[in-house]
Structure formats: C-alpha cells, structure tokens
Design a protein. Structure first.
Length: 100
C-alpha cells in the first residue's frame, strides 16, 4: 500500500530503512492512527506517525515534509536542497555581509 511512499522518501535522500517502514505498517495495523476520515485515517495523524517512526534525526524533517507533500498532496519538489552549495558562492556572500 505505501511502498511508493517509501520509495519517495528514499528518492528524497532520507535514510529510511525497511525495518522502519515495517514498523510504520505495524503501527497502522495496530490502530495507532485512529480512523477519523473516510479513508480510514487522518492524513495529519499519519503525517505525525510517519515522521515519528521514519525520521530519526531532526535535520531530516524538511526532507520528510517535502517528500510527504510530493507524495500525498501532489506538490512537486521545487529544489534539491541536498546538494552542496559551491564554496565560492558562500565566500562571496560572506564578503558582502561581513566586514574585515
């Protein structure tokens, strides 16, 4: 059911393991997210459960949010923030912002 969601998270460079994915499925099966909508569970509740189970470091919250939106809300991933910013760009910004 949610295998495409798992692959969306992996494509967003989130370090999500199969064990964490299976834990999410077990939590859904156990009813941790209660049936509050027509589909069986609230998307907001599922978001919080998924973020709790699948994201182990807070530095990955933004990646999870973008991947979640891309999968469930059809929002395209606008930019890939996982790429390195060139050092010369940062140096120019620092030269403009900081005084010697």
């Amino acid at each position: 059911m949610l295998i495409d969601f798992f692959y969306t998270l992996r494509a967003a460079k989130l370090p999500v393991s199969v064990k964490e994915y299976l834990t999410l499925l077990e939590a859904l099966q156990a009813g941790v997210v209660g049936p509050k909508s027509v589909d069986g569970w609230s998307l907001d509740d599922f978001y919080h459960l998924g973020r709790t189970v699948l994201v182990k470091d807070e530095k990955h919250y933004d990646k999870f949010d973008r991947a979640f939106s891309a999968y469930f809300k059809g929002v395209e991933m606008v930019a890939d923030f996982t790429k390195e910013i060139p050092a010369d760009w940062l140096r120019k910004i620092l030269e403009n912002e900081l005084t010697p």
